[in-house]
Design a protein around this ligand. Structure first.
Ligand SMILES: Nc1ncnc2c1ncn2[C@@H]1O[C@H](COP(=O)(O)OP(=O)(O)OP(=O)(O)O)[C@@H](O)[C@H]1O
Length: 200
């Protein structure tokens, strides 16, 4: 179980973004998270992935609040260009953390023809699928998916989510952050909205 307990967070001296947020994500569960732009969804996602430390509150995995083992939580953002080294070729990026199997590579529509190219030499949607493939190593137990299919066409979006649902069925827990209410209604039986620093 990935748990955020009573999280409070503010950037530097600014007004609080999160004011007592608690959220539990179980293996094989998909939770949808919506909320207006700037409401703090990405901030919560980054805290749950260990990228940001809360001012108050804790994040625990299976009851343990240490940050070790947090590599089992992967955070993916729609601006994948910022998540890759522009000097690395795609093949090196894909295989940075694991050697993806062919079935997963094909399911995500990642072409081997891209492997010799640099990130700026493939499209934004293609790079998004590359970073998703990189994130889905066997040690990933929870995926924080922050608008990950927002820049994809509807058919590719549906294919990606169909594949992620199969991974969910075998244990992956997913926090799906999106402004796309119909998408969240399709994939996430449990949905929350972040508003005024709190979950509703
Ligand atoms: N590094 C930062 N420094 C200061 N303020 C920040 C920083 N990152 C985000 N913020 C502010 O914190 C608030 C929450 O941002 P966050 O990105 O979590 O919102 P969001 O709900 O994910 O928004 P969106 O739907 O537009 O992606 C916003 O007001 C934003 O301007």
């Amino acid at each position: 179980m990935l748990e955020a307990r009573d999280i409070h967070f503010a950037y530097r001296q600014q007004a609080p973004v999160l004011s007592g947020v608690s959220l539990s994500l179980a293996p094989s569960q998909i939770i949808g998270l919506a909320g207006r732009s700037g409401s703090g969804k990405s901030t919560l996602g980054r805290i749950m992935a260990g990228y940001l430390q809360p001012g108050r509150g804790v994040v625990a995995i299976d009851g343990a609040t240490t940050t070790s083992g947090r590599s089992s939580v992967q955070y993916l953002h729609q601006s994948s260009i910022f998540a890759v080294d522009p000097r690395w070729r795609i093949g090196r990026i894909v295989e940075e953390d694991w050697q993806p199997d062919e079935a997963t590579r094909k399911a995500l529509g990642v072409s081997r023809a891209w492997y010799d190219r640099y990130p700026h030499e493939i499209s934004g949607g293609e790079l998004q699928r590359v970073t998703l493939l990189r994130a889905l190593s066997p040690q990933t137990r929870y995926l924080i998916a922050d608008e990950i299919t927002a820049m994809l066409d509807p058919i590719t979006q549906a294919e990606i989510w169909r594949f992620l649902l199969t991974r969910c069925a075998v244990g992956l827990g997913i926090l799906a952050i999106s402004h796309d209410a119909p998408l969240l209604a399709r994939i996430a039986p449990q949905r929350h909205t972040l508003s005024s620093g709190q979950l509703r």
